[in-house]
Design a protein around this ligand. Structure first.
Ligand code: NAP
Ligand code: F7E
Length: 346
């Protein structure tokens, strides 16, 4: 068992919650930062908060307030926690919305990592730093993409992640810090944010079945994504920080599917034809699209001995079952309900 302390930014996000579970199981003390919200949303880690009493001096799971836009708050937490490892997962992570909130996306996603890296450098402790880099950095570069593929970002989000990638590398080269990038391709789960396309679809199907909505409105159905499972990807994230030397790694499944294929797979699990329930709307089209992502993770397989376990069909089923369960439905009950459905107009 480890007796290390990890600090996770974005701990209440999808990956933060799975990474917390992984590190706690390994014996880590886990501290995480959340930013102030008028209505706190820690649902993804509430089970961990309940299991760890923060009044206990040996408590291994605790949250602190800080914001990637506020260097003094980051400094406070880092100086207090003195982490062995920092996982910087916090970001404005929605590509489409980054076209609307470009300035704050750049601030949190690019200057935010700089604020953290700079704080760690000034402290001079041998902390290991992980940066959540993204396949969106490849943008328009044709597939397959690996660590040598040129970055051609297509959105403020993609640009912000390229900046953070190079800032991480720069701290490694210039100051000898252990600073590493994981270039992760899309990864999903039943904990995925509800406005990413996979979760929007599985949650939408559950709402169609219960009669809350009759149609699902989407954007570009031709985009191709390499979709993996967040629970598998956090294992790779941890392994990246356990290497003898800091380095950058692509993490992906090596399988790419269109949004249309995700629709086909999930609707067909209930015996439904997706075309009866989906409409394309211009408002979900992006000013510039990343047409096709397909990761070549052979370096991660070789060096990290990492392999994804969950594949496309299992991921679709897991996500659909999660959203059905939230409505009190099993897959079998949902199939029976689905057979009574008529395609709607609303
Ligand atoms: P997520 O569910 O959107 O979680 C992001 C977390 O960051 C949220 O808890 C969010 O808090 C927090 N955050 C946002 N702005 C912040 C700020 N200014 N200060 C402090 N916290 C802030 O994202 P994810 O899917 O877990 O992804 C984790 C990281 O990997 C992100 O950096 C993402 O860009 C990157 N990434 C994700 C994927 C993917 O497919 N999931 C692929 C490649 C890279 P709020 O709830 O308060 O907004
Ligand atoms: O879109 C298309 C959309 O928003 C996937 C983030 O985790 O992965 C994620 O970014 C595709 C795009 O994910 C809708 O145009 C169609 O082509 O689920 P998404 P993303 O943009 O790939 C990367 C690796 C990250 O780093 C990001 O943080 O689906 N699409 N119709 C739609 N997308 C959304 N959101 N909503 C739609 O209605």
């Amino acid at each position: 068992m480890s007796c290390k302390t990890a600090l996770i930014t974005g701990i209440a996000g999808q990956d933060g919650s799975y990474l917390s579970e992984l590190l706690l199981a390994k014996g880590y003390t886990v501290r995480g930062i959340v930013r102030r919200a008028s209505y706190p949303h820690t649902e993804r880690v509430d089970h961990l908060l309940r299991a760890h009493d923060e009044r206990d001096p040996d408590c291994r799971f605790k949250l602190d307030y800080a914001d990637l836009g506020d260097v003094s708050s980051l400094r406070n937490v880092v100086e207090q926690v003195r982490p062995d490892e920092v996982y910087n997962l916090a970001s404005q992570s929605h590509v489409g919305i980054s076209f609307i909130t470009g300035e704050s996306t750049l601030d949190f996603n690019a200057i935010g990592p700089f604020r953290l890296l700079d704080t760690l450098r000034r402290m001079g402790a041998p902390t290991r730093y992980y940066q959540a880099s993204s396949s969106e950095m490849f943008g328009a570069s044709p597939p397959p993409q690996n660590e040598t593929t040129p970055f051609l970002p297509q959105s403020p989000y993609g640009v912000s992640k390229v900046a953070a990638f190079y800032l991480t590398r720069m701290h490694r080269v210039a100051y000898g810090m252990f600073a590493a990038n994981g270039i992760l391709f899309n990864h999903e789960s039943p904990r995925r944010g509800i406005n990413f396309v996979t979760r929007k679809i599985t949650r939408g199907i559950a709402s169609i079945l219960t009669g809350e909505i009759r149609k699902l409105y989407l954007g570009n159905l031709d985009a191709k994504r390499d979709w993996g499972f967040s629970g598998d990807y956090v294992e790779a994230i941890w392994r990246i920080l356990q290497q003898p030397e800091p380095d950058d790694f692509v993490i992906a499944t090596g399988d790419t599917r269109t949004v249309r294929e995700f629709l086909e797979e999930t609707f067909s699990l209930l015996g439904l034809v997706w075309e009866d329930f989906v409409e394309v709307e211009d408002r979900y089209m992006r000013p510039a699209e990343v047409p096709a992502l397909l990761g070549d993770a052979s370096k991660a397989r070789r060096v990290l001995a990492w392999e994804p376990k969950v594949r496309f069909k299992e991921l679709c089923r897991m996500m659909l079952e999660g959203d059905l369960a939230a409505k009190g439905l099993t897959l079998e009950a949902a199939r029976a309900l689905g057979s009574t459905l008529r395609p709607g107009k609303k």
